[in-house]
Design a protein around this ligand. Structure first.
Ligand code: NAG
Length: 341
């Protein structure tokens, strides 16, 4: 005996019958992750253990039916922004944050002009023999130059990893620089890069828009009228005597703009986020005069400046419970080494 629930999306064009099993099976929850490059329609599905984050299976297509998943294939039927359905065996789910709407999974997703990314927590029967894939690594499913990059942004917003500002020292307590007039000109306070600055990419994710929930509507959009443009300035882990580029293509400020729009489906919460890419480099305060040059004083610290033209950043649509509130922001300090890229 099976209980059938009928969900009608939109104007009745799509109807999906959800079969809820009568016999309650023991389940284990896994993460199903789907990446998609819009221009080439390249896609991959990865199943990850929630405990170990190890890869339990993957496929370079919209269907995963190898290994343990031969028995319970996972098939994604999604538009380019990641809206649509996920079939797991003969269960059909809707990609949504709310298990009541989705039919029993919990999903969040993000997209921009280039790609889309979905992460769903999906229950699978414990009888399914899930083991990490043999070499532990998956080959890339994407042509070079199409490497998906939204996972890191999505996970850092998800973790709301407001990491503490480490190494914060108050250099205001430093002995005041005594300004002495000498034959070499006046000593002036200065800040300079230490060595090559050990540059790294850091990202500041900011929610530009309010949250909009589509409710019963088939789709809804959040855009400029619900958004604020933020001006993001440089920052440092201590008080710098002055701002410097460190020789990198960075600027004093970057303005996010507010002209982005994001679309979701029924019962989706939709919002606009913006990733301001920064270069972080190691600097030190000190004193300078024309004869002796720079004499450092006090410890080294990190300066973070927005990349010129926001190289490496941009807007992201977020759909699901990672929509927080307008102005919420989180740092991701885990970007690659090097200057703007
Ligand atoms: C949206 O959520 C409401 C309340 O949970 C529910 O009654 C409705 O069926 C949902 N809509 C869809 C399309 O699932």
């Amino acid at each position: 005996m099976r209980f059938l629930m009928l969900i009608t999306a939109g104007a009745g064009l799509v109807s999906i019958a959800l079969a809820v099993p009568h016999d309650k099976q023991k389940t284990q929850e896994v993460d199903v992750m789907i990446q998609q490059i819009k221009a080439t329609s390249e896609m991959d599905i990865t199943v990850l253990s929630q405990e170990s984050s190890k890869i339990l299976g993957y496929a370079c297509s919209n269907i995963l039916n190898s290994g343990a998943f031969a028995e319970k294939p996972i098939k994604a039927d999604l538009d380019e922004n990641g809206a649509g359905t996920l079939a797991v065996g003969n269960h059909m789910y809707i990609v949504n944050e709310d298990p009541e709407t989705s039919g029993g999974i919990t999903c969040g997703r993000t997209y921009n002009d280039v790609e889309s990314f979905i992460l769903c927590a999906v229950p699978l029967p414990t009888s399914l023999p899930l083991t990490p894939i043999s070499n532990g690594e998956k080959a890339s499913c994407f042509n070079s130059g199409n490497t998906p990059s939204l996972e890191a942004a999505f996970r850092s917003i998800l973790a709301q990893n407001k990491a503490p500002e480490t190494g914060m020292t108050d250099i205001d307590d430093l002995p005041m620089l005594h300004k002495r007039q000498t034959a070499c000109g006046q000593w002036s306070s200065d800040t300079q890069v230490v060595g090559d600055g050990d540059p790294h990419q850091n990202y500041l994710h900011t929610q530009l828009s309010e949250n909009v929930n589509c409710g019963e509507a088939t789709s809804c959009t959040v855009g400029q009228s619900e958004s604020i443009s933020y001006t993001i300035g440089w920052s440092a882990t201590a008080t710098a005597f002055q701002w410097l580029t460190g020789g990198f293509a960075v600027s004093v400020t970057w303005t996010t703009g507010d002209t982005y729009s994001c679309t979701g489906s029924s019962n989706d919460t939709v919002c606009v986020w913006y990733n301001t890419a920064h270069t972080a480099y190691t600097v030190q305060n000190g004193a300078y005069n024309d004869c002796t040059g720079f004499s450092p004083s006090g410890g080294t610290f990190i300066m973070r400046s927005p990349n010129s033209n926001n190289e490496g950043g941009g807007y992201n649509c977020i759909i699901g419970s990672s929509c927080t509130n307008q102005g919420a922001d989180y740092w991701d300090y885990n970007g690659p080494a090097g200057g703007p890229q």
